[in-house]
Design a protein around this ligand. Structure first.
Ligand SMILES: [Fe+2]
Length: 300
């Protein structure tokens, strides 16, 4: 799941677009929505492992796309939530009801359960409905609530846990407050924001971000620190550089991204059109546009 779809988009050496049949427009279509969900499959030593990273913003969107793409729920060994915001978590309960048994683990940071809203300078507010711990427990899922890193089943993917904030320009989401100790309190850092890291043989690290609230540069720095692997081969996901509040940090972010020099950059979701255009311009060989249903293949 991602914000956009273009069924005519061509393949690249990395991107395999969803197959189109001649009468495909008469069949159920893939849907785009303002949300993220990635099906991640790793292959190592003859073993295949799949998990879902985020679950989209509607209850049935990801389920629908899984049906269209013929993805079987029983292939999933875990569901990882990048953070608690609605556009990454609302599809969760529907997925678990349909595919969650037996006891699929849900990996998240405890702050993902915080009730939150954004209060903007002009006074308007937007609410974030967090995943419901009660609903999840009612479905008898295993909740792995972890502030630190978690290795997923099979040991092929690392969920980072909380990411240290070190750059001076990545400051979280200044407008956010959370309901803590019976009152609204500033919660700009979104500490639950975490990434997924996979070390691909002969390539380097593949880093997946949900919304990138930790800052994509903080995330890449942390990926290096936590793995000891220096080369970031690919970064895929939301970089959160959209709208008037975040566009000012596009320049320093892309400047720092230049030093990492990834071979593949797939900006999605909340990256925003200005940052996407600049990435396409400044990293013409690395930039890969996403479209819902695309399979990014990164192999040894
Ligand atoms: Fe998001």
């Amino acid at each position: 799941m991602d914000n956009s779809i273009d069924v005519l988009m061509g393949n690249t050496p990395v991107a395999q677009r969803a197959p189109r049949e001649r009468d495909s427009l008469a069949k159920p279509q893939l849907r785009a929505e303002h949300g993220v969900s990635m099906l991640v499959t790793t292959y190592a030593d003859g073993n295949k492992d799949s998990f879902l990273f985020d679950t989209g913003v509607t209850i049935d969107g990801v389920l629908h796309n899984m049906n269209v793409l013929d993805v079987k729920g029983n292939e999933l060994h875990a569901i990882v939530l990048s953070h608690g915001h609605t556009d990454h978590t609302r599809g969760l309960v529907g997925l678990i009801k349909r595919h969650g048994r037996p006891r699929i683990p849900i990996v998240l940071h405890p702050d993902a359960f915080l009730k939150r809203k954004n209060v903007f300078p002009d006074g308007h507010e937007t609410e974030h409905i967090p995943p419901s711990q009660r609903d999840l427990e009612a479905e008898d899922v295993e909740i792995i609530e972890e502030r630190g890193p978690t290795m997923l089943v099979g040991g092929q993917a690392l969920v980072t846990g909380q990411i240290p904030r070190t750059t001076p320009y990545e400051k979280g989401s200044p407008a956010q407050v959370a309901w803590i100790d019976d009152q609204w309190q500033p919660d700009p850092w979104i500490h639950d924001d975490q990434a997924v890291i996979i070390n691909v043989k002969n390539k380097g690290l593949v880093v997946l971000t949900g919304c990138g609230h930790a800052g994509v540069i903080n995330t890449l720095n942390h990926a290096r620190d936590v793995t000891g692997v220096s080369y970031i081969y690919a970064v895929i996901g939301g970089f959160h550089l959209t709208g008037p509040m975040f566009e000012p940090i596009i320049a320093p972010t892309l400047q720092a991204l230049r030093e990492f020099n990834p071979s593949v950059i797939v900006p999605e979701h909340c990256t925003g059109w200005r940052a996407m255009h600049l990435i396409a311009q400044k990293f013409p060989n690395a930039f890969v546009p996403n479209s819902v249903g695309t399979r990014m293949v990164i192999g040894a």
